[in-house]
Write a protein that binds this ligand. Structure first.
Ligand code: G6P
Ligand code: MG
Length: 216
């Protein structure tokens, strides 16, 4: 029986994945190479420094540790600037309703995100009350597809992994959920979400009750 839901943030609850993309694209442009949406799929779900390393690999560049830290900080400064305009329109279709209904059903809910900006975003959008636990990039040390973020989420909810369902928009996140021994639900396009028990275009087309029954 599934008793707990663990949600990724960017691209599942809020439409911030596009701001990450814009900030990485701007950084790539400054360094003199282009970076498209296909390249961007590789950056989704992974931590900031690892995402930078993938970007540099795409651009065929390599820099010292200090320079890489500066580049990651620059990207984050732009990203946080984009977040200043964030409002309720950024909450993805069906996300709040799904969270509300999950809690009404008595399910436990956690956030499992690689982002160090997760709490900032949830606070700004008044979404903090919908989560029993928050596990984010300030707590984790290993990037998805490592299962750490979801293992810590399950622990925070005092649930065994087999009771947990993870909602993810990135392949690295689906892989992390499977590596944690959990069931994964993909939010997005099936091509980018291999291994998910099911893939939906958004949480709007799903109810927690029908999902639980489907996963029995
Ligand atoms: C999420 C996003 C990634 C992002 C990572 C770190 O997992 O999907 O694209 O790189 O968080 O986010 P941060 O806000 O800490 O740079
Ligand atoms: Mg995501």
């Amino acid at each position: 029986m599934k008793t707990a839901f663990i949600f990724d943030l960017d691209g599942v609850i809020v439409d911030t994945a596009k701001y990450h993309y814009l900030a990485w694209q701007r950084l790539a442009a400054e360094m003199g190479f282009s970076f498209d949406e296909t390249d961007n799929e590789r950056l989704k779900g992974v931590g900031r420094m690892q995402a930078l390393d993938i970007l540099l690999e795409i651009g065929g560049l390599s820099f010292t540790e200090n320079h890489r830290i500066q580049l990651a900080q620059q990207k984050n400064t732009w990203y946080v600037e984009y977040l200043e305009t964030l409002n309720q329109d950024a909450v993805l279709p069906g996300a709040v309703d799904f969270l509300k209904k999950s809690r009404q059903l008595g399910l436990k809910t956690a956030l499992g995100s690689a982002s160090q900006n997760a709490s900032l975003i949830l606070k700004k959008l008044d979404l903090l009350p919908y989560f029993d636990a928050i596990v984010d990039g300030n707590i984790t040390t290993r990037a998805k597809p490592d299962p750490e973020v979801f293992v810590l989420g399950a622990k925070a909810l005092s649930e065994p992994p087999s009771n947990c369902v993870v909602f993810e928009d990135a392949q690295a996140g689906i892989d992390a959920a499977l590596n944690a021994g959990m069931t994964a639900v993909g939010v997005g396009f099936p091509d980018h979400l291999k291994g998910a028990a099911l893939v939906v275009p958004s949480l709007q087309v799903l109810t927690p009750q029908s999902l639980i029954l489907q996963l029995l």
